[in-house]
Design a protein around this ligand. Structure first.
Ligand code: SIN
Length: 463
């Protein structure tokens, strides 16, 4: 293992910054320091914690352009998307600054006149987070804000591709007055830091956003010390277009969900399932719109689709396209690339594939790239069967103006997040998370603070 992480700009392959890797000893010291801060931080009253979070959000907003530029440099996403992500990130801080003041307990009628029963909530203890490269700011605050609001100290390990955004966010938290031992970051490879986190008796909760295989390992390793876990894992979102859908609207929303962050999100539509009577109209429009999206360096103001994060991600996308084409898919747009392996940049032009069938890899595995595979259905039952035939259950979308079709699809789709005529259902105020192998727990909304709290019950006798 080297001593530094080399952060490169995926748009050009050029060096952005070298970042020090923390030694095992340093990470253990950070964990102990975080643990030792728990008693004091948990006693800071909720209104003060709320005030500190609000100051953090304000300082991040004051540096919005700076953070957005760092994000585009290390992640590659278009600057407009990075600016949007700073707002998305602070919306979690703002939401949980409010929720800090709404951590309620309750009293329960006792079964005897001589007793009183009180149920209260208390913070769980030190929380460790492992965050992904695709949303370096929002996935960090989605975890840090509820933890801090609940009274838990927080330590984060950002993705090796994108540590700089997190490091700056933590500095701003300190500037806001959140103690340096209460929010910390450490840097290093996921497997190494993950092992140190999961084997530490001081950490009471692991929260992770990333792939399902890594999530499974973290769950297994956390069992040793019976840690709480929140896991936001892979997705393979279906997007169903019913016969009666408003096709222009459905195309517009499909573009939004499919090509956001160059298709590198867990909630991107990954399987587009269109009624056979409207598939031609839908596919032609989607291909036409997709081929007009501007691909390039995220720092150029016209860019709509940035680069793929790295060669491994690129190879997976290309393999899925090739497999689909080899098995009979028709290319309606894209299947073009701009690549320089030596310099280290990889662009995939928005690609639309028709005649996609269930034996193709792209229908079985998450793509994490700007590829829209289209398949067809005749009956709603068939659409649901295709949609649910995956171990994943994060997000699903459908387009219909018929309320019976809509409620049928809502009731039968096994997914945690459903967008009905809505390609952008995310937000700080909603419970984000998946069913099946897409994860455990929810982040955001009133649900998102619960996983950072223990329930304690007090029975008082002898009244
Ligand atoms: C993700 O891709 O993991 C998060 C996307 C979102 O919050 O909308």
């Amino acid at each position: 293992m080297g001593h530094t992480i080399t952060v490169k700009n995926p748009a050009t392959g050029q060096l952005v910054q070298e970042v020090k890797i923390n030694s095992e000893e340093e990470i253990k010291v950070a964990i102990k320091t975080g643990h030792d801060s728990f008693r004091e931080w948990s006693k800071v009253n909720a209104h003060e914690r709320s005030r500190l979070l609000t100051s953090w959000s304000r300082i991040v907003q004051e540096h919005k352009e700076e953070i957005a530029e760092i994000m585009t440099l290390e992640n590659g996403k278009p600057l407009a998307e990075s600016l949007g992500e700073v707002d998305y990130a602070t919306s979690y801080i703002d939401w949980y600054a409010e929720e800090a003041k709404r951590i309620y307990g309750r009293t329960v009628p006792a079964s005897s006149e001589t007793k009183r029963i009180i149920v209260s909530k208390q913070p769980i203890g030190l929380v460790a987070a492992i965050t992904p490269w695709n949303f370096p700011a929002a996935m960090m605050t989605r975890k840090a804000a509820p933890a801090l609001a609940a009274g838990c100290p927080f330590i984060v390990k950002p993705a090796v591709e994108t540590p700089l955004t997190t490091m700056r966010l933590v500095e701003f938290a300190h500037e806001a007055g959140i103690p340096t031992d209460v929010i910390q970051y450490v840097n290093g490879p996921g497997s190494v830091v993950g092992n140190i986190f999961t084997s530490s008796e001081y950490i009471r909760k692991i929260t992770f956003t990333g792939s399902t295989p890594v999530g499974k390992n973290l769950i297994k390793a956390s069992a040793e010390t019976v840690k709480h876990v929140t896991m936001e894992l892979g997705g393979h979102a279906p997007l169903i277009v019913a016969e009666d859908a408003d096709i222009d609207f459905a195309v517009k929303q499909t573009l939004a969900t499919k090509f956001r962050n160059a298709g590198q999100t867990c909630v991107c539509a990954n399987r587009i399932i269109v009624h056979e009577n409207v598939v031609e109209a839908f596919s032609t429009k989607l291909a036409n719109e997709a081929s007009q999206l501007i691909v390039g360096n995220g720092l150029d103001k016209d860019t709509q689709i940035g680069p793929i994060i790295n060669e491994k991600g690129f190879d997976k996308i290309v393999a899925q396209i090739n497999d689909a084409v080899h098995k009979g898919a028709e290319v309606l747009a894209g299947n073009q690339y701009k690549v320089d392996k030596e310099k280290g940049y990889f662009y995939v032009y928005p690609t639309v594939l028709a005649n996609v069938t269930s034996n193709m890899d792209i229908m079985k595995e998450e793509t994490f790239g700007p590829v829209a595979p289209i398949t067809t259905f005749k009956t709603l039952e068939e659409a649901v069967e295709i949609a649910n035939s995956t171990p994943y259950g994060l997000a699903a979308y459908f387009f219909t103006n018929n309320y019976k079709t809509g409620t049928y699809l809502h009731d039968h789709l096994d997914f945690g997040i459903i967008g009905w005529n809505d390609g952008a259902p995310s937000g700080a105020h909603i419970p984000f998370g998946g069913m099946k192998e897409s994860g455990l727990g929810r982040e955001g909304g009133i649900e998102g603070i619960e996983p950072y709290l223990e329930t304690k019950y007090l029975s008082i006798g002898n009244f």
